[in-house]
Ligand binder design. Structure first.
Ligand code: HSE
Length: 311
């Protein structure tokens, strides 16, 4: 067994419009790191949390802790004690896969500690997804899949079995992150605003958009991808809770943006751009809108990030 292992996992944006619980993209804007080592008390313990957002996450019941427990259980090693230190660089509660990034880094680090390098990615995703449900209430695998696999992750759950695939995409994004207060279990609350059923026509129209979004990103047809980000089902129900949503959307398109939507369950937003320079222009536009709305914020550009790795 290795002595101490540190792994890094990047932030992510789930859904990208029509890909609810299906698509996640790893973003290089922010990352978490988790260092793990074996302890003699047989327990999984978060010993320390550091980094710019350390004050906003709890040690007990942390997603990383639960993810490691799930991983040990799944691999039949529940007797092993694991201590960890989390470096928290992904702003929590903003729709950027913060809890997923901690869970992803934790399972990658523990797999490294136990020298289980050939473990299937789907098992890591399952353990991290169950860990992530500690914060979101119910498991959804799009954020953790993106943080573990990197690039654009596609997720399906068939009869409780999780399938994940990674697609290599090159794309440029602008991300707007407002520091507004959000409900305690924000993702859960934002899931409760969604409809229990939709019409057949809505299903067909959104399926077409999801297919075009993936095709556009893979073929680097960003205009197509951007148009396809216009989700008809989830986004309209959630956008009313996103601060200055319409103004941000206008700013994104006025600055040359090709697509715009909520990042995950919000309150952050994400826009697709043709180039890094355009993404920077859009991020500037986001900042202006937030300032006019009197909202403390952070606006940045992002590109697809690599999957979780041992540092
Ligand atoms: N797919 C999830 C949701 C992602 O939108 O509820 C949450 O980050």
């Amino acid at each position: 067994m290795a002595v101490k292992v540190r792994a890094r996992a990047y932030s992510s944006s789930a859904n990208l419009g029509p890909g609810f619980d299906t698509l996640g993209i790893a973003l290089d804007a922010f990352f978490d790191e988790v260092t793990v080592w074996e302890n003699s008390n047989g327990k999984v313990v978060v010993e320390e949390i550091a980094g710019p957002y350390s004050g906003l996450v709890r040690r007990k019941g942390n997603t990383a802790e639960r993810a490691v427990r799930e991983f040990l259980l799944m691999t039949g090693q529940q007797g092993i004690g694991v201590s960890m230190r989390i470096w928290k660089g992904v702003p929590p509660g903003r729709g950027l896969g913060s809890s997923g990034a901690s869970a992803a880094a934790a399972v990658r680090a523990v797999a490294g500690l136990l020298e289980m390098e050939d473990i299937p990615a789907s098992l890591l995703v399952m353990a991290a997804g169950l860990g992530e449900s500690e914060s979101s209430g119910n498991p959804h695998y799009d954020n953790v899949a993106a943080s573990i696999l990197g690039g654009l992750a596609v997720v399906s759950v068939f009869r409780e079995e999780v399938f994940v695939e990674r697609l290599d995409v090159e794309a440029f994004f602008a991300v707007g992150v407002p520091f507004v207060s959000v409900p305690e279990n924000k993702t859960g609350a934002m899931r409760r605003v969604l409809p229990e059923s939709i019409s057949f026509q809505e299903h067909v129209a959104n399926s077409q958009r999801l297919a075009m979004l993936i095709t556009g990103l893979v073929n680097r047809d960003y205009r197509l991808a951007g148009r396809a980000m216009d989700d008809l089902i989830v986004t309209p129900r959630r956008s009313v809770f996103i601060p200055c949503y319409e103004e941000l959307k206008k700013a994104a398109f006025d600055s040359g943006g090709l697509g715009f939507t909520i990042s995950g369950a919000g309150p952050s937003v994400i826009a697709l751009a043709e180039s890094g320079q355009e993404a920077a222009e859009i991020a500037k536009g986001f900042s202006e809108v937030y300032s006019e709305c009197g909202i403390r914020h952070l606006s940045t550009t992002a590109k697809p990030a690599p999957g979780a790795f041992i540092v």
